[in-house]
Design a protein around this ligand. Structure first.
Ligand code: SF4
Ligand code: SF4
Length: 206
């Protein structure tokens, strides 16, 4: 996977079919040799540069990471569905508010924010409610460094993580070391504040 992104992106206005296409390509075996060319083609097909303002090389990097993430999810999926004790890690940057309007309380002992469900249209709120109903322990993390801390004190068999590409890559390595089955949901808008993920994709993953 890539170095941390030096650019910001927002895929929230890109056609939904774009993500179907990423899932399809991620499913194909031996895609690595062709990944660069496929990415170029998709950038044209979905007018990605017009929709995001990214230059070609940044768009290619982003796309290759998304495809690779999808392929890894598929490889891990079978192991993941057999797990019982699961956690969901959400990024604090996807909260509707990042100031005092967010009523979540930060518990530094875990460490995690505890959502107070103040805003029905907050993606984090929705994710917390659904995941808890499904039996997940949910964490809203101020940073990726909390992941190993939590995983070392509480033993989970399966983890679903929402984050940007870089955080997913680092946490993915931690999961691997600990033998935990992981599923990742990428941010479709990065930037460390007011970020976004696709809630439907997450719900399907859980
Ligand atoms: S719903 Fe939860 S996470 Fe979202 S802004 Fe309110 S307290 Fe914060
Ligand atoms: S964009 Fe990535 S690095 Fe920044 S706060 Fe969100 S998850 Fe963390």
């Amino acid at each position: 996977m890539s170095m941390p992104y030096k650019f910001t992106f927002d895929l929230s206005k890109v056609s939904r079919f774009f993500f179907t296409e990423i899932a399809r390509i991620g499913y194909q075996k031996g895609l690595h040799k062709k990944a660069g060319r496929t990415a170029q083609k998709m950038i044209k097909q979905f007018k990605l540069q017009e929709a995001t303002g990214l230059n070609v090389s940044d768009a290619v990097l982003l796309l290759q990471d998304l495809i690779e993430l999808q392929a890894r999810n598929l490889l891990e999926r079978e192991k993941f569905v057999q797990t019982r004790k699961r956690a969901l890690f959400l990024p604090h940057c996807s909260r509707k508010y990042m100031d005092s309007r967010c009523k979540a309380i930060f518990d530094s002992n875990i460490p995690s924010y505890i959502c107070a469900h103040c805003s029905p249209d907050c993606s984090v709120n929705r994710a917390v409610s659904v995941a808890e109903k499904k039996g997940y322990d949910v964490y809203i993390l101020p940073g990726g460094s909390c992941v190993p801390k939590i995983l070392k004190t509480r033993q989970y068999e399966g983890v679903v993580g929402v984050a940007c590409g870089e955080e997913i890559r680092i946490s993915g390595e931690t999961l691997k070391e600990l033998g935990v089955a992981g599923q990742a949901v990428p941010l479709i808008k990065n930037g460390c504040a007011n970020t976004a993920f696709n809630v439907e994709t997450l719900l399907k993953t859980l």
